[in-house]
Ligand binder design. Structure first.
Ligand code: SAM
Length: 237
């Protein structure tokens, strides 16, 4: 049973930006991601980076259409895949069944509401999801993750994070939108516009402070050339 939360708690179940409670949007997202990303390579790199193996227990938050959870479940003892969208969870569960993977526990919950009562996790992974929370709530989310990890456990984050100077924001954001239109058409460009306007991507310096204040050391930061994506490999200290 999900715990009750104070009335002032941020409602992480409301959809912001893209509506992931729409069956059509979720199918479109899955198709788009498989054409824009090399998913198998990405998943293998994260599994290697986190040194996941047959005994590992992993939590993924914002698991989306299930690609990472399924790849990790093939290598690990147990994967918990958490997402606020029931449609995403149903889609990922179907995909796992179709690939004969049966050691994933799916849960409808999020960064602020997932309650873990088992053994601490070896690793937590979250990709393209933390930006759904404003910065104050990102800190709460990161500290909740810290509590769910074993000592020395690893956190991998990949997200839209801005590493340009504030004064250069407009030119980098315009370039990002133009690049998206070039590879994915007008619709992807509109998704990027609504991401910037309606979602909560933050600056790299804010993200680094949030991670350290939440009790993590940052082992590796990788920024993309366009300065709109970053990856963080962190350790619970
Ligand atoms: C852009 S998709 C990313 C999906 C997947 N991780 C990937 O890399 O393709 C964002 C996902 O985060 C989920 N999400 C949004 N807010 C969330 C929250 N507060 N807690 C957990 N998941 C959330 C959405 O439902 C959606 O499935």
């Amino acid at each position: 049973m999900m715990a009750t939360h104070p009335v002032w708690q941020y409602d992480e179940f409301k959809q912001i930006g893209t509506d992931y409670e729409s069956v059509e949007e979720v199918a479109r997202y899955d198709k788009r991601m498989s054409s824009l990303r090399n998913i198998d390579e990405e998943c293998a790199a994260i599994i290697e980076l986190l040194d996941l193996g047959p005994d590992s227990r992993v939590l993924e938050i914002g698991s989306g259409t299930g690609e990472f959870a399924i790849a990790a479940a093939k290598q690990c003892a147990q994967v918990c895949a958490v997402d606020i969208s029931q449609i995403m969870l149903d889609y990922a569960r179907e995909k796992a069944i179709s690939r004969s993977v049966n050691n994933i526990q799916f849960a409808r919950a999020g960064f602020l509401t997932y309650d873990h009562d088992g053994k601490p996790f070896d690793a937590v992974v979250t990709q393209l999801a933390l930006h759904h929370l404003p910065d104050f709530w990102k800190a709460i989310a990161l500290r909740r993750i810290w509590h769910m990890l074993k000592d020395g456990g690893r956190l991998f984050i990949r997200d839209v994070v801005f590493s340009f100077n504030v004064d250069d924001a407009a030119s980098y954001l315009d370039k990002w939108i133009d690049g998206a239109v070039a590879v994915g058409g007008e619709r992807l460009g509109q998704n990027i516009e609504s991401h910037i306007r309606d979602e909560f991507s933050t600056f790299d310096w804010a993200m680094e402070s949030l991670l350290r204040a939440s009790g993590f050391s940052i082992s590796r930061i990788t920024n993309q050339d366009n300065r709109t994506f970053a990856e963080y490999l962190c350790k619970k200290v």
